[in-house]
Design a binder for this molecule. Structure first.
Ligand SMILES: [Fe+2]
Length: 318
């Protein structure tokens, strides 16, 4: 398969700075943000067909992750209500690493990114996308840690690359009780946020010039927010919330492949965009084809990463 066939992305487009990205999104996209529109964060209601396809994939992944004893009453992956009931009967849920299902999910997500005019503005995407089942209460020991997402934070403080844009889509569950609180900074605050070194709790006193975004979470809501937007998980003790989240990159994800010990992973979780692959094996092959064309030096590292992912998948297979 040659590169022009593999994805919809304009590979010749320049890498954009933070400000250029958000301005370009305003100018290029025919779709206007219909939920909120701030300088460094925008929110859209996903196209119904994309939301349905994403939801279907997410529930397929969750159903495969529920303990066998919990799923006897669930007839099909589309039995969403019953699956949520089963989730609420658990304290936490470890998502199984069936990468083929994550490739399917990613394909539907890229359809939505494409609709919003994003695929021509970005260079990379986090793979796998995180399927998040946030229970109504955080485990006590988790809340005590310095980097728990229940504290206000920017992902840059956890060592994520400076060029990330966070993406979150609410899928289902109790969105009234468990949701993300989000803040949009003034341009003049961006440098201070980007250079802050944590821990999360220490930033609370510096919130002047950082405005809370008012919104009510809804199913199918897609939120894009720059790495400099502080955010936190709010849990009011209700039912579980189901959402997906992932990061996209303004710069080539292979530009810097130092083994910086990111708290939530390493460089290898960022891949080129790919909207054509149907399986994880194809996803890997297409990535290596692109690297053969432009970045031969990172092929051994990517190959080792793929081996690690395959081993993880085998370890959690039923
Ligand atoms: Fe975060």
């Amino acid at each position: 398969m040659n590169q022009t066939e593999t994805h919809k992305v304009n590979d010749n487009s320049q890498e954009l700075t933070r400000t250029e990205f958000w301005n370009a999104l305003n100018q290029n996209s025919k779709i206007k943000p219909d939920i909120f529109d701030c300088q460094f964060t925008k929110s859209y209601l996903a196209a119904p067909e994309n939301y349905e396809a994403i939801k279907k994939s997410v529930f397929e992944i969750i159903l495969g992750s529920l303990p066998k004893s919990e799923i006897h009453s669930v007839k099909t992956p589309n039995d969403y209500e019953r699956i949520i009931e089963q989730i609420n009967g658990t304290k936490s849920l470890a998502i199984k690493k069936n990468w083929d299902l994550f490739v399917k999910l990613e394909k539907s997500v890229i359809d939505e990114l494409d609709r919003l005019g994003l695929t021509s503005l970005i260079k990379g995407i986090e793979f796998p996308i995180n399927v998040r089942v946030a229970h109504g209460r955080a485990p006590e020991e988790y809340k005590e840690t310095d980097y728990a997402t229940d504290h206000l934070h920017s992902d840059l403080w956890a060592g994520e690359p400076d060029d990330i844009i966070n993406c979150l889509m609410y899928i289902d569950g109790d969105l009234k009780s468990t949701y993300m609180e989000l803040y949009n900074p003034l341009e003049s605050k961006v440098a201070a946020i980007a250079s802050f070194n944590g821990p999360y709790r220490a930033f609370d006193a510096k919130m002047e010039g950082i405005e809370k975004v008012n919104y009510v979470a809804q199913e199918g809501q897609f939120i894009l927010f720059d790495g400099v937007c502080p955010h936190q998980t709010i849990r009011k003790g209700g039912g579980a919330r189901i959402s997906i989240d992932f990061r996209i990159r303004r710069v080539d994800p292979y530009k810097n492949t130092e083994d910086k010990p990111y708290r939530s992973g390493m460089w290898g979780k960022y891949w080129y965009l790919d909207s054509k692959s149907e399986t994880f094996q194809q996803r890997c092959e297409n990535e290596l084809i692109k690297l053969h064309e432009s970045r031969l030096e990172v092929i051994p590292k990517r190959t080792a990463w793929i081996t690690k992912m395959n081993n993880l998948s085998k370890a959690t297979a039923p």
